[in-house]
Design a protein around this ligand. Structure first.
Ligand code: GUN
Ligand code: FE
Length: 455
């Protein structure tokens, strides 16, 4: 384990809450057995007393920060990332997504695609991902194995769909429930077999009804029972587009007035381990209900700009007490990288004020009153790290740097000849961090750790 004992000395940056960029300079961070043992200010840079540790002295241009948490990523959709951006959601599913996902019945195709994706996501600094796989049990197991082998923390679901799907990409209700249960047991066995003592399991099963239109009420209820039996995570899509909301209302007008939140509640899927993607078309009483249940929303602003004609009202949801994190929504979005998602969350928030501004009677000044933006780069970084950890109920384990937490971290170096990032020469680390978030990229990521292990 000697390789997994580290002492970092230098600048440590994280966001312990949405409004605070915590910059700890001249700090030591001791990592042992996956966890942060010590994190404190120190002027002693020699640290000779630590035998068997790898000592990493960060230069002035370097800092460590938490790895990104992507709360919503469709692994099989990596194939069409960057294409098919012009089509409304329901048509897009039929035309591009179902045929592409169906290809994962071929396990060698799935292995190749998933290997590429997990490699890319890690390279982007995404250390935890919540994945939708496909309806195929074998390919979903392969995704779990790839994440375990490559060392990525992953929450993985076999997609469930027993209706409103094409003949070549559908399962019976029984198959869906049986294979979901088998996948849960498979991952639980993996956890027992491969865990290093004292560390947490890397891979977790997630019950994954695709979205309400592709699931019968019988299927949803039986998945709700499985969620209770195994006390596992749940993921789905909620209130994403107006045509999806209308479709659900047509299908199930008598259950909870045909609304997503009520249907998930009625079928036992609105729990404190549930993360729902999007949550754009939510009524206030539905937000309150989600808060009471302890469920969370994964906002995916790039995908939402393209499909939903709007974005999650993050500030409003958080103001009402809902837990929110960020996701790429690969391949509804053209990026598998969380940095553009962080930037899009900021953009979306700025635009929201303007879009909701009534211009019909506008006399000068025609712009909305200037307010200090709430969702800035710090807030968005919080959502992409600790907010995601909160959503998965693992904020006591990851998302920021505290004694006792797992060390999931990125080493960022801003000393590149092709970037004008040299504010670090004047110790202006807040500016450096903002510049990395807004104008940096994966070339600045020079080290990646998950659970204290360097990848
Ligand atoms: N709703 C149902 N399936 C999907 C999907 O694959 N992506 C998105 N963005 N929404 C969905
Ligand atoms: Fe999605």
């Amino acid at each position: 384990m000697a390789d997994h004992k580290y002492i970092f000395y230098g600048t440590i940056i994280d966001t312990p809450n949405p409004l605070t960029l915590r910059i700890r300079q001249e700090h030591v961070c001791v990592v042992n057995n996956g966890k942060i043992e010590i994190i404190e200010a120190s002027t002693n840079q020699n640290l000779d007393e630590y035998q068997g540790y790898v000592f990493i002295k960060l230069s002035k241009s370097q800092f460590i920060c938490p790895g990104f948490i992507d709360l919503h990523c469709h692994a099989p959709q990596y194939r069409q990332v960057g294409s098919a951006t012009e089509v409304p959601l329901l048509k897009w599913l039929q035309k591009f997504i179902f045929p592409n996902e169906a290809r994962c019945s071929d396990t060698s195709y799935a292995r190749d695609l998933y290997t590429k994706l997990v490699t890319r996501l890690l390279r982007n600094g995404t250390t935890t991902v919540q994945y939708f796989a496909t309806i195929h049990l074998e390919a979903t197991k392969i995704l779990a194995e790839i994440c375990q082998e490559k060392g990525q923390r992953a929450y993985i679901g076999k997609v469930c769909a027993d209706q409103n799907s094409p003949d070549f990409y559908i399962e019976t209700t029984d198959e869906s429930v049986r294979n979901t249960e088998e996948f849960i047991n498979y991952v639980h066995d993996m956890q027992k077999g491969r865990n290093i003592a004292g560390t947490n399991a890397l891979i977790h099963p997630v019950i994954t009804p695709r979205f309400i239109p592709t699931c019968s009420i019988n299927l949803l209820s039986r998945l709700g029972q499985l969620a209770k039996k195994y006390d596992v995570h749940i993921q789905s899509h909620i209130a994403e587009t107006s045509d999806q909301v209308a479709f659900v209302h047509c299908l199930y007008p008598d259950i909870g007035n045909g609304r997503d939140v009520a249907i998930f509640r009625e079928t036992g899927l609105l729990t404190n381990k549930a993360v729902f993607a999007h949550g754009i078309y939510l009524a206030d009483n539905e937000i309150d209900e989600m808060v009471t249940s302890g469920s969370a929303v994964a906002s995916c602003p790039i995908s939402n700009f393209l499909f939903s004609k709007g974005i999650t009202a993050i500030e409003h949801l958080i103001g009402k007490g809902l837990t929110v994190g960020l996701g790429t929504d690969v391949g509804g979005a053209y990026s598998s990288n969380m940095l553009p998602v962080v930037r899009a969350a900021v953009f979306g928030h700025r635009t929201m004020d303007f879009v909701s501004f009534d211009r019909s009677n506008a006399i000068l000044p025609i712009f909305p009153e200037h307010k200090d933006p709430v969702i800035d780069f710090k807030f968005a970084f919080y959502l992409a790290t600790l907010g995601g950890a909160h959503s998965l109920n693992i904020n006591s384990q990851i998302g920021s740097f505290e004694v006792g937490k797992q060390f999931d971290a990125l080493l960022i170096d801003c000393n590149r000849e092709d970037q004008a990032f040299d504010y670090w020469k004047d110790d202006e680390m807040d500016i450096i961090f903002e510049k990395w978030i807004n104008a940096g990229d994966d070339r600045n990521i020079t080290g990646i750790w998950v659970q204290g292990i360097k990848l």
